[in-house]
Design a binder for this molecule. Structure first.
Ligand code: TNX
Length: 526
């Protein structure tokens, strides 16, 4: 380890020393501040020259934290795949004439205020990416990916150079939580489909994917102590398709895939309503009374199912389920749903939420629930997710809870864009690309202090979609806008400026084969 560190230092020093011997290239004038970065960084300073990325560039990282090296490898993989290079990390080869280095540096600078803050110093012969944590380095790497131009310059020297504009980027997120949600219950999505969504979200600096794993139409995660949940409850979906579920092995792979991108997965077990598939698997869970008798449901109705709230066996079951879930979840949160329990008596609902919250706490996690849970007496560590009732968000906040902002009218990825939209619902209105962007999560709930907002999340319910193409049609481009609402300061957000930058995402979206909705509001750059 030590010798490798010394070697790297030697390379970095000798690189600076031998610059004078090299032929100076006259780069065309560049402008770092004009690059179409999304989300927009806090500050950029242009120095108008270029770092010439080529196949001889070397990547080094701090070695004290192995996660920095991993982040470097992620960068190398992305650059190699895109440009056909063979860059490696923290290795030197004798034959290579090292001219330029990218150094990913763990820094304890006090100007790096959050774990995800980063600074980029781009000079002609070096790029320094400073961050306190590997998560910060990873966010900076996404900026670097966005700074690599589409076209190489093939005339300045005898091989192609990708000219990265020189200057500085200082950046940090305005909210610590920036999430999207995917409903894999109404329609099942495969591990590969979810991974592709994660890749796209990571590029725009999201740090959380909430998976809505259970609903009336299906239960999608294997629970070893209660196998019928998936054997029976996993075999249906909206429209009558065959459904499906993740084994715990599959799911662990997904959690790791997200973690490799510095994202957490938040698993949701929606209850006491939205539980028809669970009660169909284990009828003792069913509330009776006003709740519909469990049967295979492939329709899109809501609000007809409920768990029984007064049976000890129901809570013993939930202790097992949440226990297994907590084991599978390195992140701090478990989502307990709580929405639209229209056939649960109010007193039963309150009793249920308070009991389940305690089970989550007992397993060492924090609970998140939809805004209805604020009717109960919540532990201050519990988070309320605003979707339709600002007054309940305020109530939760007054008890000390933090709030995730996900208003259906602004942030629901499953609302149609306009009357031409092929997929999506309209109950909360249509959300064209500009409406999705032109609002402020920090001002949405009057009187809610900013320091009680954990962040923003854009949910994608899947009643009308069942594969990656359809998912991408609804999520893109709108999810790109929500990344900016979560990350960038209000003073850096502006629709006219954003729409120009959004238009320039096309080459990336095409490379990733994303079936985005080609909204007429944007002059897409082909
Ligand atoms: C409301 S939003 C629901 C979901 C539906 C969604 C469709 C929320 C917490 N509950 O059950 O899928 O509308 O847009």
């Amino acid at each position: 380890m030590l010798s490798r560190a010394v070697l790297i230092l030697a390379v970095v020093i000798s690189l600076t020393a031998c610059q004078s011997k090299k032929k100076e290239i006259n780069f065309p004038k560049t402008d770092l501040s004009a690059v179409a970065l999304i989300p927009k960084p806090v500050k950029t300073v242009s120095t108008h020259s270029a770092f010439a990325l080529d196949s001889n560039t070397v990547i080094f990282t701090s070695l004290a934290d192995p996660k920095f090296e991993k982040a470097g490898q992620f960068l190398a993989e992305k650059v190699n795949a895109r440009l056909g290079f063979d860059l490696s990390v923290n290795t030197t080869s004798e034959e290579k004439d090292i001219e330029r280095v990218i150094y990913i540096n763990q820094s304890d600078s006090i100007s790096l205020k959050t774990p995800e803050s980063y600074q980029l110093y781009i000079k002609k012969d070096s790029i320094y990416l400073n961050a306190k944590t590997a998560a910060g380095a990873f966010r900076g790497i996404q900026t670097l990916r966005q700074l690599i131009p589409e076209q190489s310059n093939d005339t300045l020297t005898n091989h192609p150079l990708w000219l990265i504009p020189t200057g500085k980027v200082f950046d940090e997120p305005q909210f610590e939580y920036r999430g999207a949600m995917l409903d894999v219950a109404r329609h099942f999505f495969t591990i590969e489909e979810v991974k592709k969504f994660i890749d796209l979200l990571a590029y725009y600096k999201y740090n959380a994917l909430h998976l809505h794993l259970t609903d009336d139409q299906g239960w999608r995660l294997e629970i070893k102590s209660w196998p019928k949940l998936t054997e029976i409850g996993g075999q249906s979906e909206v429209g009558g398709g065959e459904g499906g579920f993740f084994t715990q092995e599959d799911y662990k792979g997904l959690v790791q895939y997200a973690a490799d991108r510095h994202m957490i997965i938040i698993p949701e077990i929606d209850m006491p309503g939205h539980t028809n598939a669970a009660s169909l698997s284990y009828p003792f869970l069913h509330a009776g009374g006003k709740a519909d008798k469990p049967r295979v449901r492939t329709d899109m109705k809501v609000g007809y199912s409920s768990f029984h709230a007064r049976k000890d066996t129901v809570y013993a079951f939930l202790d097992d389920v949440i226990g297994e879930l907590a084991e599978l979840t390195p992140g701090p949160y478990i989502h307990i749903g709580g929405d639209e329990s229209h056939v649960t008596k109010k007193s039963d609902y309150l009793y249920f939420v308070e009991k389940v919250e305690k089970i989550v706490l007992k397993h060492g996690k924090k609970a998140i629930g939809w805004n209805e849970i604020a009717q109960a007496k919540l532990d201050p560590s519990t988070i309320a997710q605003l979707w339709n009732e600002p007054h309940n968000a305020m109530k939760a906040a007054s008890g000390g809870s933090k709030i995730i902002i996900s208003p259906a009218k602004k942030a629901y990825l499953d609302m149609k864009y306009d009357s031409l939209s092929e997929y999506g619902l309209t109950w909360a209105g249509m959300i064209p690309v500009d409406v999705g962007y032109n609002w402020s999560p920090e001002d949405y709930v009057e009187g809610l202090p900013k320091n009680q907002i954990l962040g923003i999340e854009a949910p994608l319910w899947s009643e009308t979609i069942s594969n990656s193409d359809e998912l991408e049609y609804l999520a893109f481009p709108r999810a790109i806008g929500y990344s900016e609402l979560g990350w960038s300061n209000p003073e850096n957000r502006n629709w006219e400026d954003y729409k120009q930058r959004l238009a320039k995402q096309v080459p990336f979206l095409n490379r990733m084969k994303v079936n985005y909705y080609p909204s007429k509001q944007i002059d897409w750059v082909e």
